[in-house]
Design a protein around this ligand. Structure first.
Ligand code: FE2
Length: 196
């Protein structure tokens, strides 16, 4: 099977296991998209070195899947939001939208992707109307919201943010590599970053 297809199917299982309605929507969108994967396009990755060096092939199985599928993944900076994240920050956070309005495969109800936050980055507080779940497959970060104390979370963890909650992720000695999904109101115009 194409590694890209394998990646989409594995991510669909992961978001199904999240056991939330939004997770199920993400899982269904990934399965729909996987049916369209025959001979996937290849893309040049401006973040190739940092993506590869942030994967642990001996770790969670998503690491090797992402590595194998990477040539068929369109990696960008986190600033798909047209200037809402400063460039120097956005370029420290490579992302890919696998499914969604801006995704490798189109879907207008959810966004699902991959996202890497490099070491020594404070990202937030930020908020958006979409509800969001991250699944960490390598590295760790300290996660906090307006209603929760900060907590360091590593591989095999789901981080859930309800709609419009202020949230922050802080990396120090390690990067954090995640799969993410947005459900609900997924427009980028409802995103804001509050710098301190
Ligand atoms: Fe978020």
């Amino acid at each position: 099977m194409e590694p890209l297809k394998q990646l989409y199917l594995s991510l669909s299982e992961i978001f199904n296991l999240e056991d939330r309605k939004g997770g199920k929507q993400a899982a269904d969108a990934l399965i729909d998209a996987s049916h369209q994967i025959k001979e996937p396009k290849t893309f040049t990755n401006p973040f190739l070195d940092e993506v590869e060096s942030s994967l642990n092939i001996q770790g969670h199985f998503l690491n090797s899947l992402v590595s194998k599928a990477s040539p068929n993944i369109k990696w960008t900076s986190s600033d798909l939001r047209e200037g809402r994240i400063p460039d120097d920050l956005a370029n420290q956070m490579p992302m890919a939208e696998l499914v969604g309005p801006d995704g490798i495969f189109f879907n207008d109800t959810v966004r699902v992707g991959l996202w890497l936050q490099n070491k020594n980055i404070v990202y937030g507080p930020r908020q958006h109307a979409a509800e969001e779940t991250f699944f960490i497959f390598n590295g760790e970060a300290s996660w906090t919201t307006e209603s929760n104390e900060s907590k360091v979370q590593g591989p095999n963890t789901y981080i859930y943010h309800p709609s419009s909650v202020l949230h922050t992720s802080i990396t120090t000695n390690s990067f954090v590599f995640t799969a993410w999904r947005w459900s609900g109101d997924i427009g980028f115009e409802k995103y804001s970053l509050h710098t301190r």
